[in-house]
Ligand binder design. Structure first.
Ligand code: SF4
Length: 232
């Protein structure tokens, strides 16, 4: 069958639009949110592939490589199949793929409670304001504190959260001082979380109490329940 120029243009445009709306995905799974403000809610996790950082205590190294290209509409259909109200877009570093912004917007348009777990190293200013950002600041023992993009603090909304993962007393003191210096607790909730096996959770809890810090201590519920197995 002959294809005229106009049909060819439509086909090219359609295929370009579809290519433009794909993301590399490591996994999509249905579990319980293990941390931050939405802890305990049944949640669908969309884990995007890739991360430009290499935190020494990273627990999702399996997401650095591989993954499958998926159409955003296909991702939305799989999310919907689980019938959960909460969706968490995570990684890796999800914002390393620019089209993550489209996924976030579409999830919000569908009416989900959407959270984004991000490293704090990539600009968050274009993230849909309906999304609850859970943004890391990297303490020195992560090996990546030079990657903190401090201007991101200006784009935090009251429903967002800043998370600092703490591996030592030195990390704790850095975190305490950074929260005070930037008045981060006045912008949004601040979460301090111990690195499993590196700092005693009880020690971190006691330091927070002793210094009367305006932060929220957290343990990762999914580690207690599933010991870090992928898919949870
Ligand atoms: S930013 Fe997150 S995914 Fe990337 S290396 Fe650090 S902990 Fe791992």
């Amino acid at each position: 069958m002959a294809v005229n120029a106009s049909d060819a243009n439509v086909a090219n445009t359609t295929s370009a639009a579809s290519a433009a709306e794909r993301l590399r995905i490591t996994e999509i799974f249905h579990s319980i949110q293990g941390e931050a403000d939405a802890i305990g809610w049944r949640t669908v996790f969309v884990r995007l592939t890739g991360c430009p950082l290499r935190c020494v205590w990273c627990d999702t190294e399996y997401s650095f490589y591989g993954g499958d290209w998926r159409d955003i509409d296909d991702i939305l259909a799989e999310v919907a199949s689980h019938g959960a109200k909460h969706v968490c877009v995570t990684g890796g570093e999800p914002l390393a793929q620019k089209r993550c912004l489209i996924l976030l917007r579409k999830l919000c348009d569908e009416g989900y409670e959407v959270s984004l777990e991000t490293s704090g190293a990539i600009d968050v200013s274009d993230v849909d304001p309906r999304v609850r950002k859970v943004m890391d600041l990297k303490a020195p023992d992560s090996g990546e504190s030079k990657r903190n993009l401090w201007t991101n603090l200006n784009h935090l909304l009251p429903h967002d959260q800043v998370k600092i993962v703490i591996a030592s007393r030195a990390d704790y003191e850095w975190s305490r001082d950074v929260v005070a210096e930037h008045a981060i607790d006045k912008r949004c909730m601040v979460l301090f979380s111990p690195v499993h096996g590196a700092v005693e959770p009880r020690a971190l809890a006691e330091w927070i109490i002793e210094d009367k810090l305006p932060v929220r201590f957290q343990l990762q519920l999914h580690k207690l329940l599933w010991q870090d197995a992928p898919g949870h």
